[in-house]
Design a protein around this ligand. Sequence first.
Ligand code: NAD
Length: 481
Amino acid sequence: MDVEVRDKIFVDGSWIKPSGDQLTDVIDSTTEEVFAKVAKATAADANKAVAAAREAFKSWSQTSPDERGKYLSRINEGISARMSQLSEIISKEVGTPLGLSQFIQVGVPASTFADMANRANEYEFEERIGNSLVVKEPRGVVAAITPWNYPLHQIAAKVAPALLAGCTVVLKPADLAPLNAYLLADVMEEVGLPSGVFNLVTGPGTEIGEALVSNPEVDMISFTGSTSVGSHIAQLAAKDIKRVALELGGKSATVILEDVFNSDETIAKAVSGGLFMCYLNSGQTCIAQTRMLVPKAKLAEIEERVAAETATYTVGSPFDAMTRVGPLVSKKQQESVRDYIRIAKDEGAQLLTGGEETPEGLDKGYFVKPTVFTGVDQNMRIAQEEVFGPVLSIISYENEKEAIEIANNSSYGLSGAVWSSDNDHAVKVAKQIRTGQVEVNGGMFNPTAPFGGYKKSGYGRELGKYGLEDFLEIKSMQLGF
Ligand code: NAD
């Protein structure tokens, strides 16, 4: 098999050799083979990229939103033109089934660039308040540090609004899924983005990430990843009062209310919707709905439906059209998820289906069976910690008040879902859930609505108008004329 080698980093508009000559292997999560190697840059390289971004900021920040929007439009076209290559790469890197890769892993980021391009002419960068002219200005040099699970989406959610705002960017993508970021840098080069406006530096988070966060020339850090690393970054950044946006983990609940059981169709939809949002991307989704909250009296019915529907989640290669659950991203991730399955058993949760054993016939690849526990106590580790694998916990409740309490019994506050046969009632319950997103009666993910967390799921909002505003400072000019 050909191994693609990208041994350079993109700094100041050129592909340059990093200061060291080491490379990082990129592993195919299905075959466990190295399919690419990318540059392992050093702190010195990260600092060079920041210097380039700082210099470029002088002129980029003075361009008009319209001009910046035109670049964003062309970036959208460049990503869309690479749809098949990018989706194949991400399916190898992350394990996402190919169809979902096209739709979510590549389609959504392309549309984020298009959405920001449209906002160039829509957004009011200036406002009059009495005798004041209020202007929204770019925050400056942004360090974008991203995870591997929806790699290009998380990059686009930072880079597109940052560029529209007039910021310049140094991107440090995740080590496990960096190749898609190289293709994005190719697009940036192709569209002729001015030198230094976008820079790509790949390497370990502990070295490159920390160098970016500690560099005094970085004005803002936009981070998506684990709560532990996010907390560490926020503490480092506090020293220089850097702006920080954090998109962190989650432990989202699907709340199925009692009235849903009045109709067979509604209960079927609630179970399907909940399971889809649990197993999506093999559970490697920050908004995964990994807790299903059901009325105690209906537990047996839910268990039967969940077990039957889980059986339809065929596990296999992301390149097989029948596959609904691909492999996990890495051996380490597979081991971690299997450990959680063992922990849940030890804590007394009842295994309904699945388990830690390798799925039949899949000895190669980091596969884990879709797994459901029932009889889960809301305080068990399986109900409190982010597993990041295809594992569901069914928790029963006595009444609606308790359902809301259980949903909120989490240090996280990222997402959730409410199902009720009464839409108004569903919205009333959704308002009591302390999370940044709630899907009400199967409402779809909206890539232009604000996205972010409460509590330990982070702060700041990405996507759409609110996402753009995270990259803007506000200045009041009191006019004496
Ligand atoms: P991670 O925190 O290990 O790494 C994220 C990024 O930070 C990577 O690029 C990594 O190299 C870098 N990094 C690691 N240590 C660093 C340090 N000391 N300083 C600076 N940078 C450092 O997370 P991950 O394993 O890549 O991703 C999984 C996590 O991301 C999960 O917890 C998931 O919930 C979360 N996530 C959140 C969202 C969201 O929008 N809320 C979206 C996707 C993933």
